[in-house]
Design a protein around this ligand. Structure first.
Ligand code: 1QQ
Length: 466
């Protein structure tokens, strides 16, 4: 899971990432300071074979090191920057994402269909609707800018609902009926485990935009993800919680019948054990439960300093509210399921102080993140979340593979996707590792004033709940 890393390289990475994700940027994205142009990153070499190890280490180092030192460090990329940017004018007037320097494709069909398997209804709609917005924005920009030459990108968006059966049906429809040359989705890891084997079997490349459990890319060589696995995010978040909030013992509440909640629990447990933190009580629930008071009462009786919750948004929001009603005032720490602003609106004051590791925070100083936020807000009159940015990025990754390959042959696209390295995205400098997992930096967040802000010594201090 978390592998050790040579000291000097780790130091470089830490320095790079302190700046990348540590700045206490302002809440309103429109006022965020201008960041250096993405094209300025100086190329240095990093052998591909070390990429997977580097990914894990970068991820953990990033969060561990994320107590910012203001303005003293310059951002450097540990990996070469080989994708020149710029040139395109999109509907936002400013989006510069994309490998515009590669020749415009000439051999594509008039319509190029990508399939999307998204949970647009039921309990996971809080994620799926946001993902759908990300798709629409990316497709609009790609077509308006002529990124695929005369080819028009068509989004075949299929609703998986919240079930595995729904994901299987949606994946089958996207591939067999819509004739998708690639698929983005499904929303849940559980759904990916159910539906991705269909795509693998048929030789259609898939990018999971929100699958964070171990074992996703291991399903086959056509399966990619651009969502950081929890094993790259949680260990660093835990370290930061321990050091910034003085947490010495914790209780855990986790969902035992959803792959994400189970997977997140395992990673949390391992991270706590690695830091010699006693788990004073370990309780479970099932997806769909609404009353968690029995488990929470038992956990609170053991006087934990913090409660770790591995849950999807719907149950997670109820758990937060009920934990506070039962009088728990310590930190609540969750995984990717909490990365929806819906959790904040649903929990209100009870959600203040919630800590969540993420792949992206709205205060990111990445130039393309600022472009993305501006365009998203213009299009949807709302702030984007991590799920929107990851899905938007997945569409651009596919479109870039299509442009570079000048082909819609799924096997050629798979091979071209696998070669994407150092691609500037709103998530930061993005590469696929040799195992088709994403390589970029995570960030630990805390809810303050109804928003996810970067967790720092300062934001950790002001805990209105305590
Ligand atoms: C997974 C997740 C979920 C929280 C995505 C919505 O991370 O299922 O892997």
């Amino acid at each position: 899971m978390h592998r050790s890393f040579p000291g000097s390289l780790a130091l470089i990475l830490v320095l790079a990432i302190v700046t990348a994700c540590g700045s206490p940027a302002p809440a309103a994205p429109t006022t965020a300071p201008a960041a250096p142009a993405a094209t300025e990153a100086a190329p240095t070499s990093a052998p591909a074979a070390t990429a997977a190890v580097a990914a894990a280490a970068v991820a953990t180092a990033a969060i561990v090191a994320a107590v910012p030192t203001e303005g003293t460090l310059t951002q450097e990329s540990p990996l070469p920057q080989v994708s020149p940017l710029g040139g395109a004018t999109t509907p936002s007037g400013s989006a510069k994402i994309g490998d515009w320097s590669s020749p415009a494709p000439t051999k594509l069909p008039a319509n190029v269909t990508l399939g999307f398997v998204l949970g647009l209804t039921q309990d996971i709609a809080v994620y799926g609707q946001s993902q759908k917005n990300g798709v629409q924005l990316a497709v609009d920009q790609i077509n308006a800018g002529g990124y695929l030459g005369k080819g028009k990108l068509v989004a075949a968006i299929e609703n998986s609902t919240g079930t595995n059966e729904g994901a299987i049906a949606a994946m089958t429809k996207a591939i067999d009926d819509d004739k998708a040359v690639g698929v983005v989705g499904p929303t849940l890891s559980a759904q990916a485990f159910a539906a991705d084997p269909i795509a693998q079997e048929k030789g259609i490349p898939v990018i999971g935009p929100s699958n964070t459990v171990a074992g996703i890319v291991e399903m086959g060589n056509f399966i990619f993800r651009d969502s950081l696995p929890e094993s790259s995010v949680i260990p660093g978040t835990v370290k930061q919680v321990l050091s910034l909030l003085g947490v010495k013992k914790v209780g855990i509440l986790w969902g035992n019948n959803d792959d994400f909640s189970v997977g997140g629990y395992k990673v949390f447990k391992q991270a706590l054990q690695d830091n010699n933190v006693p788990i004073v009580d370990d309780e479970t629930f099932a997806r769909g439960d609404v009353d968690f008071q029995a488990q929470l009462t038992k956990i609170i009786a053991q006087k934990p300093d913090a409660i770790v919750v591995s849950a999807l948004a719907k149950e997670g929001a109820l758990i937060i509210t009920q934990a506070r009603s039962l009088g728990f005032t310590g930190p609540l720490v969750g995984g990717n399921g909490f990365n929806s602003p819906a959790v904040i609106t649903q929990t209100g004051q009870a959600g203040e102080g919630l800590i969540v590791g993420a792949a992206w925070n709205i205060a990111s100083s990445e130039p393309l993140s600022q472009d993305f936020i501006t365009a998203y807000q213009a299009a949807f009159k709302a702030a984007p979340d991590q799920f929107a940015v990851q899905t938007y990025t997945a569409v651009w990754l596919f479109a870039t593979a299509i442009r570079r390959a000048d082909s819609v042959d799924p096997k050629t696209l798979r091979d071209t996707l696998a070669g994407i390295q150092n691609f500037a995205t709103p998530l930061g400098n993005f590469s696929f590792g040799p195992d088709r997992n994403p390589i970029h930096s995570p960030v630990a967040q805390i809810v303050r004033g109804g928003k996810f802000v970067v967790l720092t010594a300062e934001t950790a201090k002001a805990n209105p709940v305590r």
